[in-house]
Design a protein around this ligand. Sequence first.
Ligand code: G
Ligand code: G
Ligand code: NA
Ligand code: MN
Length: 250
Amino acid sequence: LAVEAELREAIQHDQLEPYLQPIVRLDSGELVGHEALLRWNHPQRGVLGPGDFLQVAEDSGLIETIDWRMFKRSLAQAATRPDDGYLTINVAPRHLRREDFDLRLLELLSRTGLPPSRLVIEVTEGSLLDDPERVRAVLGRLQAHGVGIALDDFGTGYSSLSYLHTFPLRMIKIDRTFLAALGKQSNCAAVVSAVIALARALDMQVVAEGIETAEQHRILLGLGCEFGQGYLFGRPAPVGRDGATAARQQ
Ligand code: G
Ligand code: G
Ligand code: NA
Ligand code: MN
């Protein structure tokens, strides 16, 4: 309860902020987009990531307010930065169960002036499977307006990609736990390679997450992975202090 009360204060005092992490083409290093990641500028404890409070935010329902503030800020920022590529936002599962989620998001897009084609929403497998018919309808309407849908943390769930493809997915993001094992466990490369081949056959883009080393970068290139994100290319950073600098210098 202490964390929940503190979170309410954090919302009131505007201590929550989107950090941006660059997403790049793995062959050229070209910047293609950014992921907005929630950070809490805690007055005593410094900058906190979602690991410290996301569960409480979701259980208490505060995540709805927090997410809409994040969406508003990151969409408005992206609208003023036309060279930043696309923006991905993380969407808590409960939003997708709301019939009016797509309408609210489209309204925010028009209010901020961000073209829908520059927005990608990141959803998890769990949030798709929770209420598949309703979620498919909401995502379908967003896709029809040009918003992209990315499947986040792919590989941590249990569903087959062929079933997940019954949702309108533009992109899958390979979870960073796979990257950690890449180069250490040989079967890991086989799994990633199969995921890339299937995604390609289904006409989806693949983004590898959590690339930290040149070795991982090299292996992914060899496997035909097109896009990536990770500390090697840029850490999540507040707008203004540019997290994409490392990517541009490559
Ligand atoms: O940045 P970090 O690695 O700590 O993020 C951890 C998790 O928090 C990720 O799984 C991500 O999906 C989630 N997350 C990050 N930012 C947001 C946000 O703005 N809203 C929601 N709902 N989840 C977020
Ligand atoms: O759940 P989601 O995939 O959205 O969360 C991404 C998380 O991964 C964020 O919390 C982000 O801060 C973190 N992250 C981004 N790049 C790297 C990286 O190269 N290594 C590690 N360990 N974490 C990363
Ligand atoms: Na994400
Ligand atoms: Mn992810």
